[in-house]
Design a protein around this ligand. Structure first.
Ligand SMILES: [Zn+2]
Length: 293
């Protein structure tokens, strides 16, 4: 890979500190990506700070913020870790740092956990506490008029959709496996476009929806594009039944990078196969670097 990267990568090792034994949203996911990149000579990761609470309050209710802050919740999928508030604030801070980079006309990827796209104004779930990408998009809308969000995690971005439904400033598009968690995203409406795909779909069938999404995004003329990126579309992912290979992420990145000309930032959502996630991310990054140069 060439030395001067187009894409800035944000990461902080504190995000590896919390875990629940046996839970698929493990620190090993991020560790696998970072160690794969380091083996390829990519070691220059940028740090970031926790997001400020007033910005979180533009997306989530005070009741929800306090629920997380006081560890006052129970959700079977979304563990109640001690100190999770700080980790969630840090992850959102990573998304905001990536958004700031895009506002400065550079592409960026926030390698963060916990993920965020299943968290809504008043709810957590699906391993998500605060909606990282929604908070980052709210930050962007302080200085620009339109942001398009493309959710390429294998699950529907129900939290993000619920936060921005009917917004004139945000276009939301999600491509996801149908009839699985969170059991939403089967219909499109107003500013929200959903492309539910059948289980077992491979990338060559899936990419038709990716091209269609890019047409919609360009029609919307956003100043920045924000992408919820998940690697749970991989064929070995334990939670879903999609059929992407490692190298499909290279082609995915090229299609997006060639189709969208405005600055773009990515926020990590899911992806739970520890063995493939490092190379899948590296393939994605390689495709991006190839086409944005
Ligand atoms: Zn997912």
């Amino acid at each position: 890979m060439v030395k001067n990267r187009i894409m800035e990568i944000f990461f902080r090792k504190e995000l590896l500190e919390y875990y629940e034994p046996g839970h698929p949203e493990s620190p090993q996911r991020l560790e696998a990506i970072i160690s794969f990149l380091e083996k390829k000579g990519i070691t220059n990761f940028l740090g970031f700070e926790e997001v400020l609470e007033p910005l979180v309050a533009e997306v989530h209710s005070h009741k929800h913020i306090n629920t997380v802050k006081n560890n006052n919740f129970f959700d079977p999928d979304t563990p109640n870790f001690p100190g999770i508030y700080r980790y969630a604030m840090l992850a959102s801070g990573g998304a905001v740092a990536a958004a700031k980079t895009a506002l400065n006309k550079k592409d960026a990827f926030a390698l963060i956990r916990p993920p965020g796209h299943h968290a809504g104004k008043d709810f957590l779930g699906g391993f998500c506490y605060f909606n990282n990408i929604a908070i980052a998009v709210k930050y962007c809308l302080k200085s620009i008029k339109r942001v398009a969000i493309l959710d390429l995690d294998g699950h529907h971005g129900n939290g993000t959709e619920s936060i921005f439904r009917e917004s004139k400033q945000v276009l939301f598009i999600s491509i996801h496996q149908s009839h699985c968690y969170p059991w939403t995203g089967l219909m499109s409406f107003s500013n929200c476009y959903n492309f539910p795909v059948r289980k077992g779909i491979n990338f060559s069938d899936y990419k038709i929806f990716l091209f269609e999404s890019i047409v919609l995004i360009n029609k919307f003329t956003p100043e920045v594009v924000a992408i919820s990126m998940g690697f749970d579309t991989h064929k070995n992912d334990p939670l879903l039944d999609l059929q992407f290979s490692d190298s499909d992420y290279y082609h995915m990145a090229r299609i997006i990078g060639q189709g969208i000309s405005v600055p773009t930032f990515f926020v990590l959502e899911g992806g739970y196969d520890i063995k493939s996630i490092g190379n899948s991310f590296y393939c994605f990054l390689s495709g991006w670097e190839k086409c944005r140069r």
